[in-house]
Ligand binder design. Structure first.
Ligand SMILES: Cc1cc2nc3c(=O)[nH]c(=O)nc-3n(C[C@H](O)[C@H](O)[C@H](O)COP(=O)(O)O)c2cc1C
Length: 382
């Protein structure tokens, strides 16, 4: 077999049949009052079970962590029982799945909360982003700055959600510490103006992440815990890279290197970096940069097609490649990569839909044509 993506990989103590990962993808098929995963979600993930590893869509660690209409939670027993049906469906098809633990912080809205309270974040600073409500996109509000008691509660919420994920039969968890969400609102100096031990210096801004990681590690062995983090965001609002963005990410990667984690999940650029302090990290430069700091397994992601993925995997034996949008459109992506088949077209209108359309109806490659057996009496050709 010459495609290195199709070689087995030992991720900690978890044997993967290939190096192709399904990236975490919010698909909003849990639009019910309890934020409970649905049977349709089980079908969707089971369709994709041939991935070396599935990372679930972001799942909120608490009611306070919510902020996207239709996304699921992983903080109560009902949600846990429903996730257990999802993990069982994946396992039945021979797959492996990690839960992505998510707290949206300020990327939320008072209308999500029964008492209309403002979302929580590091500081009372509007990150100037968009939020997905039931009725469409709205601007973020100015959040409430978390008290130390809120922080302590949030760390406990991650521990609790980790336990629910374990009881639900997940193979591990990934902490979403990147992009625009709570942990990155603490890491980012533009959204974190705290003057206590969770703000100011880089170690202080990173403290929430490492406190959360330590809490998660009380439940899971380190080789079953991954972290998604890095300097890349959408380069909009208060998430435009600043003079501390790269140094902060370097500090985080160096410290993560001390844990024997399952993986770090590395995003390539998601926006034009040319006028930013991250310009030198465009394209694959970000991978090279962080590989020099982090020596464990890296799952690489963003805008990587199967040909590029193969080159990356050939170059470094400790990398896996995650596909996001291609996994939305190709449930049998591994098989398509194996045979070099054309990929299905994307239907972005269904990304955040509410039905099977654009979700579980993407076609698989046709089955091999059935062998036609000779009629009795006909000669059987050698
Ligand atoms: C519809 C959609 C939903 C996403 N939801 C999540 C999510 O829940 N958690 C997360 O960390 N990233 C999320 N992402 C980012 C993807 O994991 C991935 O990084 C992105 O699609 C880029 O990879 P790609 O170029 O292979 O699609 C989402 C992306 C898309 C398109």
């Amino acid at each position: 077999m010459d495609n290195p993506l199709l070689k087995p990989y030992l991720l900690g103590d978890l044997a993967l049949p290939n190096r192709i990962v399904m990236a975490p993808l919010t698909r909003t098929r849990a639009a019910n009052p309890g934020h409970v995963p649905t049977a349709l979600m089980g079908e969707y993930y089971a369709q994709r079970a041939s991935a070396g590893l599935i990372i679930s869509e972001g799942a909120w660690v608490s009611e306070a962590g919510q902020g996207w209409h239709g996304a699921p939670g992983i903080y109560d027993e009902v949600q846990g029982a429903a996730w257990a049906r999802v993990t069982a469906a994946v396992r039945e098809r021979g797959g492996r799945i990690f839960a992505q633990l998510w707290h949206q912080g300020a990327i939320s809205h008072s209308s999500f909360f029964t008492d209309a309270r403002l979302p929580l974040s590091a500081s009372a600073i509007n990150p100037e982003q968009q939020v997905h409500l039931a009725g469409g996109l709205v601007r973020t509000e100015t959040p409430q700055a978390m008290t130390v008691a809120d922080i302590v509660q949030t760390i406990a919420d991650y521990r609790h959600a980790s336990r629910i994920a374990k009881d639900a039969g997940f193979d591990g968890v990934q902490i979403q510490a990147g992009f625009l969400y709570l942990i990155n609102q603490f890491l980012n100096v533009s959204t974190n103006q705290r003057t206590d031990r969770y703000g100011g210096s880089i170690p202080n801004r990173a403290r929430l992440l490492f406190d959360i990681l330590d809490a998660v590690l009380e439940v899971w062995p380190s080789e079953r815990v991954g972290v998604k983090t890095g300097p890349m965001t959408n380069e909009l609002g208060l998430f435009v890279a600043n003079s501390s963005t790269l140094a902060t990410a370097e500090y985080v990667y160096a410290k993560l290197n001390e844990y024997q984690l399952s993986h770090v999940f590395v995003m390539r650029q998601m926006a034009d970096l040319s006028a930013t302090p991250l310009a030198a990290l465009a394209g694959d430069a970000v991978i090279v940069h962080f590989r020099a700091i982090y020596s464990g397994t890296m799952i690489l992601n963003v805008g990587i097609n199967p040909v590029h993925a193969r080159e990356l995997a050939a170059h470094d034996d400790r990398i896996l490649v995650a596909f996001g949008r291609e996994y939305i459109a190709n449930p049998d992506l591994v098989e398509r990569i194996r045979v070099g088949a054309v990929l299905n077209d994307q239907r972005p209108a269904g990304y955040y839909g509410s039905s099977p359309e654009g979700y579980t109806d993407y076609p698989f490659l046709p089955e091999e044509p059935p062998t036609i057996l000779p009629k009795s009496g006909e000669a059987v050709l050698p």
